[in-house]
Every structure is written in C-alpha cells, then in structure tokens.
Design a protein. Structure first.
Length: 174
C-alpha cells in the first residue's frame, strides 16, 4: 500500500498491496496536510533495521520491551502490510504497526523522526493504518498509548481516538 502526501492539494497516488492490482486510497482531505512530500507504504523486509533505528531514536520512556529485528521480520512475514512507513527524500521518517485479529485492530509503535514532526506524517500513517485494517474487516481500532505520555495522548485524541476510561489493559511479558 502506498499513498503520496505532498504540497499539491488533494494529491494522492495509486497503491499496490502485496501484488494486488493498484487501488485508490480513499484518503483525500481536500486540503494540504503537509508542506513536504512523503509516501506512506508497507515496509520492505530490507528496511526493518532502519525502522528499528527510528524506533530507538524516538523511543518513549514508557516502552519497556526492547525492539528486536527477529520480531519485526516475523511480523512482516505474517502480514507484510502491517508495518507502515513514511518515506521522504529516500529516508524513512515515520513508522506504525497496524495489526488485526480479523475483527478488532490495534495500532502501536507510531514514530515520526523528531525533525519531521508536525508535518502531517503521523496522521497520514494513522489514516493509512485504518485503511489497511478496514480492508481486513476490522470495525474497531485501539491505539496503544501510555497514559502518562501527554504528547502521544494529545496526538491520538486529536486523531479521533479518545481515551477509553472504562476498559484498561492488563499485560504480562512472556
């Protein structure tokens, strides 16, 4: 999947998902989201180390589990379109995992390079993640966000993901 976001208002590009014929992404805001050109697309397996570098550079203090190359490669082998990247000028400047159990979806590990923030990249990744999940039959998406991360909480709320105060998450590392 790929979509171009650029200085041209309403610009978008065909996308290809795992060899399927080109599709038109239904993402046309009618306004310019960014002052820079960038593509949002599925991560290539060869780019996994670069994504890990981005995650390390932007790592939240709330992230407790280390990111491992084997884990990213396993994710890409299972669902090649589940790891989305934003590319600008030949560099990966953003990443997001969008996965599904076939009914509900989760988005996490959203990262945008510090120097590229507030340019619409994070929102474009989220919308592309929603499109990917919708194509898998998902009708509800959860964004995994640390309660104490004010910047992330503000971003996700602005993107239309209010905090669910009724349901919490219980976690156990294996």
């Amino acid at each position: 999947m790929s979509t171009r976001h650029s200085t041209n208002e309403g610009s978008r590009r065909s996308s290809v998902v795992s060899g399927i014929s080109p599709l038109r992404l239904p993402i046309d805001y009618g306004i310019r989201l960014s002052v820079m050109d960038f593509d949002v697309r599925a991560c290539r397996p060869s780019e996994a180390p670069t994504v890990l570098e981005l995650w390390e550079l932007t790592r939240s203090e709330h992230a407790t589990m280390p990111d491992q190359l084997d884990d990213v490669q396993r994710l890409l082998a299972r669902d090649p379109s589940s790891l989305l990247v934003a590319e600008a000028g030949g560099e990966i400047v953003g990443a997001l995992i969008a996965v599904s159990d076939g009914w509900r979806g989760n988005m996490y590990r959203l990262a945008v390079h510090v120097e590229q923030r507030r340019a619409g990249i994070g929102l474009a990744l989220v919308r592309a993640g929603e499109w990917h999940l919708r194509g898998q039959g998902v009708n509800r998406v959860t964004a995994l966000v640390a309660y104490d991360d004010d910047i992330a909480v503000s971003f996700w709320e602005a993107a239309g993901y209010p905090q669910d105060r009724a349901i919490g998450r219980h976690v156990r590392n294996l």
